[in-house]
Structures are given as C-alpha cells and as structure tokens.
Design a protein around this ligand. Structure first.
Ligand SMILES: [Fe+2]
Length: 337
C-alpha cells in the first residue's frame, strides 16, 4: 500500500495488524500503541503525519521504518487478531442491555465480570457513552453497571500515585477530593435534617447547606479548567471519546446541583417531608455519579494523558490553568495526603 501523510493509521492496521506492535518495539515513545483500546479509539482519526510527530520522527522517517519493517518480514500483512476490541465492545453492549432489562441477571453478571476483566476501562466508558446516546439514561445504566465498579477499583493503577505536587494533575485530583467532601457534607446535612420537625426547626442546617452549595458551585471551576486545558490536548491526540463522556457528566452534575439550589430557594413552598425526600434522592445521585466520574477521570483519563502528553503539553496546561484560576480548597482536603 502507498503511505501518505494523510493516510489514517487505521488503514495501515487493516493491511498490517501488527504494525503498532512493531512501532513500539523500535520506538518507546509509541508506548500507547500497546493499548488496543487506545489504538481502536485513535486509529481512525489520526493520520501518519501525526503518528510520526508523536514518535519524534518526520513523516519520511516513519514511512521508511514501516517499509523496512515490511521488507524484513517483521510487519506482516494479514487478518486482525481474534481478540477484537470491536467484538468485546458489541458483546459488552448486549450484556449491559440485558442487565438493564433485568434479563437472566446472574448469568449475565458473571459473563460481564469475565469480559471486563479482559477489557480496558476506557472501553467500558465508551460503551456507556454510546448507550446513553441510544437513549439509556445515566441512572439506569448506573444500576446495571454496579458490577463493574468494584472491579474498576483494583484493576487499574491510580494516577494519584504517579504525580508530584507541582504537576497540574495533582490539583485536579485535589479538586475532586474537595468536591466529594462538599457533596458528602450536603448529604450528611440532609440526613441530619430528617431528625428535625419542620423548616423552622432545621433553619441552622438549611443555612449550612446553602453554604455547602455555594462551595459546590465555586468548585465547578474545576470542570471549566479541565474542559479548557486538559480535554482539548487529549482530543488533539485523537482520544475523543473519554473527554466527551466526561463533558456530558459535568453537564448532568451541574444540572443536578442547580436543581438542588432551586429547591432550597423555594423553601417553604413544599411540605417539609417531601423536601427532605427529594433532597435525599438528589444527593444520592450526586454521590454515586461523582464517585464514578472521578474514578473515570483519575484512573482512565489521567492515566491516558500521562502516557500521551509531552512535557510541553503539561507546561501549557499549567499556564492556562493559572490563567483561569482556582477555587479555595477546604482545610480538610489540604491536610489529607
Ligand atoms: Fe470531571
């Protein structure tokens, strides 16, 4: 096949399935090409000019390495390997739909567990994203997906352990701690309110809750900072799905936060007990959605970014983050390492 600057990586893989493996074997900068999910996500979008750039080569250098590899028999033409990411993805989708519909739950859960022990977490996030687009709601999927959460935990190394204090990711991770701290504080306040008789009786707690909600609103600066600095850089490398999923989740959580604020503003228009019930549901939603969301960001997106981005990228992210600014972290979070 003829290699051009505009040839997509996917076209080369279609003809020579082991080309990514070979490129990594001769250039450590292609570490990411070891990951079949990333390759699946990127290869249709990234062209050879950008692949070359990623490896610190010119396009001419890259294409001659590929041609030499083919001549030496190291890059072989042929069929795609049997552990096809697409197949896993389709099977996972079917299983998730079955879980969602409550069909044959025990067996499906078992197969699902086996499948995700083989699959990469990004793939799960991608599948979830695709199903949401097909009309499945986040809440329903969450119920179906509880199986994978526990596996998520020990399956992947945390980005937390990989960054030092002066790295831009350190602050993003601290932001998450702060946001979770306030969400849990809100949930606990609502829990306390259950013990009170009416709005008057709970006035001190309502006052505290308003303050907590203000903190949560300010902390959305974290989303703005990520959406403007980190996401575009990751997307630039052809990894578009994970940021778009995170983007959507930010939007959903922001809406929920606004709903809670509206409910508080509306006091005392609805009966006290009804207010508590709705608030409780809203905070359960926030705790669950946010903990899954941070897991995806820290363990998927950040780890991908750490593999993908150059030192200059991180410097740019730091500079742009400083320009956008930060919200104040609570003492409890700063003290916690
Ligand atoms: Fe986020």
């Amino acid at each position: 096949m003829e290699l051009k600057k505009t040839t997509k990586l996917a076209e080369v893989i279609d003809n020579y399935p082991n080309v990514t493996e070979y490129l990594f074997s001769i250039n450590p900068r292609y570490k990411l090409l070891k990951n079949p999910v990333i390759v699946e996500l990127m290869s249709k979008k990234i062209d050879l000019e950008h692949v070359a750039e990623r490896g610190g080569w010119t396009f001419e250098e890259l294409s001659s390495k590929i041609v030499d590899g083919i001549k030496a028999g190291k890059i072989k033409s042929g069929e795609l390997p049997t552990t096809n990411t697409k197949e896993i993805k389709e099977r996972m989708k079917t299983l998730l739909k079955m879980l969602y519909e409550g069909k044959d739950v025990e067996n499906v859960k078992k197969e699902f567990k086996e499948l995700i022990s083989k699959a990469d977490p990004i793939l799960i996030a991608v599948v979830e994203g695709e199903l949401t687009k097909e009309g499945y709601t986040v809440e329903d999927l969450m119920k179906a997906c509880d199986v994978h959460l526990e596996l998520f935990k020990d399956q992947i190394s945390s980005s937390r352990r990989r960054v030092s204090k002066d790295h831009p990711l350190w602050r993003f991770i601290k932001d998450h701690d702060a946001m979770m701290f306030w969400i849990e504080q809100g949930r606990d306040l609502v829990h306390e309110m259950k013990k009170r008789k009416d709005y008057d009786d709970a006035s001190d707690l309502i006052k505290e809750l308003k303050l907590t909600m203000e903190h949560l609103k300010e902390s959305e600066n974290h989303d703005v900072r990520q959406e403007n600095t980190l996401f575009p850089v990751v997307e630039k490398y052809g990894v578009e799905e994970p940021p778009s999923i995170m983007w959507e989740e930010h939007y959903n959580m922001k809406n929920k936060r606004a709903q809670i604020e509206k409910l508080i503003e509306g006091i005392p228009s609805r009966p006290y007990n009804e207010f508590i019930d709705i608030m409780e549901g809203n905070f359960i939603y926030l705790v669950e959605t946010f903990s899954q969301h941070t897991k995806k960001e820290q363990e998927i997106l950040y780890n991908v970014a750490l593999d993908l981005l150059s030192d200059q990228d991180w410097k740019d992210i730091k500079k742009e983050s400083d320009e956008i600014g930060y919200f104040e972290l609570p003492k409890e979070v700063l003290d916690y390492e």
